[in-house]
Design a protein around this ligand. Structure first.
Ligand code: GRF
Length: 192
């Protein structure tokens, strides 16, 4: 099954997915490339280390979101991509991509959705005084982190946590959760 990872920034989830593939865990899943909207994304460096093709799409060089996504879709079609895996992709998807991949786009978010969608979910859980938070993998729809939930993992929030220590704890959940969900959902649904 051909998948691509969309990332706008750091790309640590992307790297963990690649490590799982190299370790033989995600058998049958073929990462065709990294797609990014940010030419400065550290994820690009990581992709190079895996000798993975990188496609950079600069939203500003297109008139509108539709033109931008049409260009992305052209490449997806060329690459024969079946699933899109968002890992820190910082744009909402529009109808062009959503309609081309119905039920075949996943995202990971650093909170127990529907709590704290959008940016700074970790900081929000902390300042709200949550005693428990976590990570969610969900299908992507047109809303901000609103698609159907697939799986979640939780962790405690400690009295002396900072945003950094809490983020680290959540990211460690993500590194386990995302490969597990990809394995389950993509393998099963692709064979149907
Ligand atoms: C992750 O926390 C993910 O939940 C959110 O963006 C962050 C991406 O981190 N959507 P990284 O780029 O994978 O390190």
């Amino acid at each position: 099954t051909n998948i691509v990872i969309f990332a706008s920034g750091n790309g640590s989830n992307f790297e963990k997915i690649m490590e799982n593939i190299e370790a033989g865990y995600l058998s049958g899943i073929n990462v065709i490339g990294l797609y990014t909207d940010n030419h400065e994304a550290f994820a690009i460096e990581r992709a190079r280390r895996f000798r993975l093709p990188v496609h950079i799409f600069n939203r500003k060089s297109f008139n509108d979101k539709e033109d931008y996504e049409t260009a992305v879709l052209k490449q997806l079609t060329r690459d024969q991509v079946e699933w899109i895996v968002l890992a820190g992709y910082m744009k909402l998807l529009g109808p062009t991509l959503l309609n081309a991949y119905p039920g075949r786009i996943l995202n990971i978010h650093p909170s127990i959705l529907p709590s704290f969608p959008g940016k700074n979910a970790v900081g929000q859980a902390l300042s709200y005084g949550c005693r428990v938070t976590g990570a969610t993998v969900h299908y992507v729809d047109s809303g901000m982190d609103t698609g159907k939930i697939i799986d979640q993992m939780s962790c405690p929030v400690y009295e002396d946590d900072t945003e950094e220590t809490l983020q680290l704890r959540i990211q460690n959940l993500e590194y386990e959760l995302y490969p597990r969900v990809i394995n389950k959902i993509i393998q099963v649904r692709s064979s149907q």
